[in-house]
Design a protein around this ligand. Structure first.
Ligand code: ADP
Length: 498
């Protein structure tokens, strides 16, 4: 068992549930088939909790509960302001329970507690409030000016919105995905990642306490090929949102296609940072080191390809090497940890496998990376950050690694940098670093992706849409005003005038 001596009493009590149950129709229930699975502390490789394992029968129960709540709980039909009040209450509870939620998130994902406390959990509350307020301001009935008819359009919630979510930002992504769906009046079924189900389940306690009607939020933990596949294939869902890998995204889109269920996919990326020679190489290296080590590199939009102008290559590489070598790697609960472990042994094997393949096929190590030993935590899934360079077709320059591995390339001019970035089949997020804002704007729109950032990376203000194109996703993004509309089906009403 993981060392829980330092956790809050409410967290200890929650983890002691044997199993931690799923939340369906406002009730805490065990799996129909009685199965359970273990979730680990990646910092120690030890068991954190036993969790009820949902399968097809549990998904069926959850979808039915969500359908019933959509039709009968009053959630979908109540005035938007009343729903917004409940979502604000939920946001306040997330803030009040931030210490417990952050501890759970840090323990389950391995991320530093400080990051969970200052980034993940506050963001959930902010997203809930942002969509609650947007829904209140959004006109749901618009007259349509046409000759000879009285016509108007209304926006109605779809019904049951299903979500399959990943393990890198479990609760933050619950916020990004559920907030617009709920604010629009849908009910939801969530299948969190098997590696990190805990914060999403704890969140259901707050849903209950906020007074959100039973069945509006349902959470079924379990594995992708069982619970996940059953949810994606379920004919009773009206919308699907998926965040994860392109491989699984394809399967989910195919399952939804068979039922003609609209699907939103937020997939991987291979983000580039294009660094021109008019910036301070040391300050920019600090920013990119922060990006590649953030969440131990397990961030789909982070800067993983660093394109450095040839005139500042040497000082940039020297500074980045020094800073990456100094990153404090440790258990997420230690206050001085800057980078925690990877989420699982499987993920560590993937990252180390990529390093090996990249080097075996001509890549050169500017900083070798590899397994990291953390005193006192011999079985944690730790790695050291790495920097490679080499041919732009190297596997480490092409594939999403999902770990603290940067691939560096030199460029001579603007056109070359754009060509290098756009070689990727992904299209999620890139950044441009220069003091010349005209050039920044020009390059920003030439990079084919859903998001371009200037002199920063991983920028997510609420209200700025975030989406991917090509291999990185489809179906509309998250965080923008349009996201609320994605959960409201348009319906027009027409009457001939006499
Ligand atoms: P990662 O590679 O980052 O683990 P995945 O795309 O495999 O990302 O997982 C993201 C989510 O998709 C998780 O909740 C996982 O359980 C789920 N999942 C995995 N395989 C399937 C599948 N075949 N059908 C539905 N969901 C799946």
């Amino acid at each position: 068992m993981a060392d829980l001596s330092r956790v809050l009493p409410e967290v200890r009590e929650f983890l002691a549930g044997r199993p931690v149950r799923m939340y369906i129709g406002g009730k805490w229930v065990e799996a129909v088939e009685g199965g359970t699975f273990r979730t680990l502390d990646p910092g120690d490789g030890t068991e954190l909790a036993t969790v009820a394992e949902g399968r097809a029968a549990d998904i069926d129960r959850a979808v039915n509960a969500a359908r019933e709540a959509f039709l009968e709980s009053g959630w979908a039909t109540m005035p938007v302001r009343d729903r917004a009040v409940l979502l604000h209450r939920l946001a306040d509870l997330v803030d009040r329970h931030r210490p417990a939620l952050a501890q759970l998130e840090s323990l389950d994902v391995g991320k530093p507690l400080t990051a969970a406390e200052s980034i993940d959990i506050p963001n959930v509350a902010q997203t809930l409030r942002w969509y609650a307020d947007l829904a209140v301001r959004t006109r749901l009935r618009e007259p349509i000016a046409v000759s000879g008819y009285e016509a108007w359009q209304v926006r109605m919630p779809y019904g049951v919105a299903a979500f399959i979510l990943p393990w890198n930002f479990p609760l933050l992504l619950v916020g990004w995905n559920l907030a617009p769906a709920l604010a629009a009046g849908n009910t939801v079924v969530v299948k969190p990642a098997e590696d990190t189900p805990l914060s999403t389940l704890y969140f259901c306690r707050l849903v209950e306490e906020a007074g959100i009607p039973p069945g509006v939020v349902n959470v079924v933990p379990g594995f992708g090929d069982k619970a996940g596949a059953a949810l994606a294939e379920h004919p009773g869902i009206n919308r699907m949102g998926f965040t994860g890998s392109p491989e699984v995204g394809r399967q989910i889109a195919a399952a939804c296609g068979a039922n003609l269920v609209p699907v939103k996919l937020e997939l991987g990326g291979k983000g580039a940072a294009v660094v021109f020679d008019d910036v301070d190489p040391v300050a920019t290296a600090r920013q990119l080191v922060g990006a590649i080590t953030f969440n131990t590199g397990q961030v789909c939009c982070t800067a993983t390809r660093w394109l450095i102008h040839e005139r500042i290559w040497e000082p940039f590489v020297a500074a980045a090497r020094e800073m990456l070598s100094a990153v404090k790697i440790g258990h997420g609960q230690e206050s001085d940890t800057q980078m925690g472990p990877l989420v699982s042994e499987k993920q560590r094997a993937r990252v180390l496998g990529y390093l090996e393949k990249g080097l075996a096929t001509g890549g050169e190590a500017l900083l070798p990376g590899g397994r990291a030993e953390v005193p006192g935590h011999p079985c944690g899934f730790y790695v050291r950050p790495a920097m490679l360079t080499g041919h732009p077709d190297n596997i480490c320059a092409r594939d999403e690694i999902f770990g603290p591995v940067a691939f560096l390339m030199r460029f001579g001019d603007e056109a070359e940098s754009i060509e290098l970035v756009n070689r990727s089949p992904y299209g999620l997020a890139n950044s441009v670093w220069t003091r010349d804002l005209e050039r920044a704007g020009r390059v920003a729109v030439s990079l084919v992706a859903g998001n371009s950032w200037i002199n920063g990376h991983n920028l997510f203000p609420h209200g700025v849409p975030y989406a991917g194109c090509n291999l990185s996703g489809m179906g509309g993004g998250v965080l923008g005003p349009e996201t609320l509309m994605d959960y409201l089906r348009p319906q027009s009403v027409v009457r001939p005038l006499e």
